[in-house]
Design a binder for this molecule. Structure first.
Ligand code: FEC
Length: 310
């Protein structure tokens, strides 16, 4: 008999239209409404990248590709995965997804958050919300906690970085630096709780240094918020300036490996803000394509989720 298993794909979420920016930003701030100028500033950033972020569309595409991959893999075992999308800061919220699962009679599900590195304050927070809701309905959840060390994930970035490096004239290759980054978080939260997040990014950086053809590699943090307290650093823009001052690199390749698709934090914080610094110092900005629904990236799910059912 066919067994139906829930597949809960969780992601950050983005406003679907400008009128939702205020509510979305208020949710990010845990219910505290941002100042009007902060809301205006965020709207302006969305306008800069084309009005809305492609995140919603790509999250759906990634989730559907994942479901299809799994359904092909588990056909022989007579297991069917039914997809639910649960977002952190906008509808459909994580709680909506669990409620729908319950209505559909699902009592077992796997969950995955579309970000590679684990922090108690990122993936851990999504999982906690899902667990609390699942408990109400008696749904049993199995979480994928991280996938930064999955060979296919690393292979994806190695391939893209090497491809970008090959576009650089041969004689300038040694004058090139790779900056590997993830979303920053407030330093006190991470340090006090011995959070694994910084070590996981460090490990990704190490693997990319070992396996790609780039000689010079640095690690940075990006997209930090405005909380008046220190965040994990160095910030990628400051890092660009200091690396340039010290080494006069001609080319900067940015790999924002803490994200898996095109969205505001990449299209604005990397493609606009980091490029601005590169332009300022007279270096060339490069940013390899994000994984999105690249087949190599989608293959990584197979390996990770196979662990649960074989
Ligand atoms: O394309 C889009 O519309 C949304 C892109 C987006 C992603 C994303 C991922 C992460 N965030 C993380 C942590 C924080 C913390 C704060 C914070 C603030 C914002 C704001 C926007 C935003 N984040 Fe985000 N984040 C995205 C978007 N994020 C917009 C608000 C304006 C701003 O600060 O720029 C600070 C909250 C505060 O102000 O108190 C903390 C982490 C990730 C990566 C993991 C994940 O995807 O969950 C960590 C994508």
């Amino acid at each position: 008999m066919t067994q139906t298993v829930g597949l809960l794909v969780m992601a950050y979420g983005t406003p679907y239209e400008e009128s939702e920016v205020e509510a979305y930003y208020t949710d990010i701030r845990h219910g505290k409404k941002p100042e009007p100028e902060e809301i205006e500033d965020l709207k302006a950033r969305y306008r800069f990248i084309g009005g809305v972020s492609p995140l919603a569309r790509i999250t759906d595409e990634q989730a559907e590709a994942l479901r299809d991959t799994l359904n092909k893999m588990y056909e022989e075992k007579d297991i069917v995965f039914k997809l639910y999308i649960g977002l952190k800061h906008i509808h459909p919220f994580i709680e909506d997804a669990l409620e729908q699962m319950h209505e559909d009679g699902i009592n077992k599900a796997v969950t995955i958050v579309l970000t590679p590195h684990y922090s108690n304050f990122s993936v851990g927070a999504y999982d906690k919300r899902a667990d609390e809701e699942a408990e109400k309905y008696g749904i049993s959840l199995t979480h994928v906690k991280s996938f930064y060390q999955q060979p296919k994930f690393i292979q994806y970035w190695v391939k893209q970085i090497n491809h970008t490096l090959n576009l650089i004239p041969k004689e300038e290759k040694d004058n090139t630096v790779l900056i590997v980054s993830a979303h920053s978080l407030p330093e006190n939260m991470i340090v006090q709780s011995h959070d694994p997040y910084p070590n996981e990014l460090r490990e990704t950086t190490r693997l990319l240094k070992e396996l790609s053809n780039v000689t010079h590699v640095a690690q940075g943090w990006q997209s930090e918020g405005n909380t008046g307290t220190p965040w994990l650093g160095p910030d990628v823009q400051d890092l660009t300036r200091s690396l340039y001052q010290k080494n006069k690199y001609q080319h900067f390749i940015y790999a924002p490996v803490g994200f898996v698709c095109n969205h505001l934090e990449v299209l604005y914080d990397n493609d606009y803000e980091c490029k601005l610094v590169c332009d300022e110092v007279g270096a060339v900005y490069h940013r390899p394509p994000m994984p999105n629904t690249d087949p190599l990236f989608m293959e990584l799910w197979q390996m990770k989720l196979m662990l649960f059912y074989y």
